[in-house]
Design a protein. Structure first.
Length: 134
């Protein structure tokens, strides 16, 4: 009767609410392997590759470790980019690679792409390294 109908409507609305909950919550950042910056590629907006990605950094852990690339910007990493200041810090880490270690933070991008969204720079003993003066 009326009560059964009301419960039916309530159950249907509750089910619809579960079905239509937006899935905008992003996955938590993943932490990559700590290593030395061994390569940096930066594309200007006039580069043919800029639409695909704005840049990438190669980090190698240990002497026998393999290089892992972390990308930012472009269609491979839509909405996942880093600031110019962060790029400068990566360049500084590359120049000081004998004395610095980088631990990347990333989110998944298109296909197997790891999109750089942050990082920690430290000495081999774990002391935080200050960014270069502007």
């Amino acid at each position: 009767s009326r009560m059964r109908f009301a419960r039916s409507i309530l159950a249907t609305c509750a089910l619809a609410g579960l079905v239509f909950i937006p899935t905008s919550a992003q996955a938590a950042d993943s932490t990559g392997t700590t290593g030395k910056v061994k390569a940096i590629e930066i594309n200007s907006n006039s580069s043919d590759s800029y639409a695909a990605y704005h840049g990438k950094v190669g980090i190698k852990a240990g002497k026998n470790g393999h290089m892992i690339y972390y990308t930012w910007g472009g269609s491979q990493c839509q909405g996942k980019t880093i600031s110019d200041e962060m790029v400068d810090m990566l360049v500084h880490a590359f120049k000081s690679r004998k004395h610095t270690r980088v631990t990347p933070k990333y989110k998944s991008g298109a296909g197997p792409t790891k999109c750089l969204v942050g990082f920690k720079i430290a000495t081999p003993t774990g002391e935080t390294v200050e960014p270069p003066p502007s």
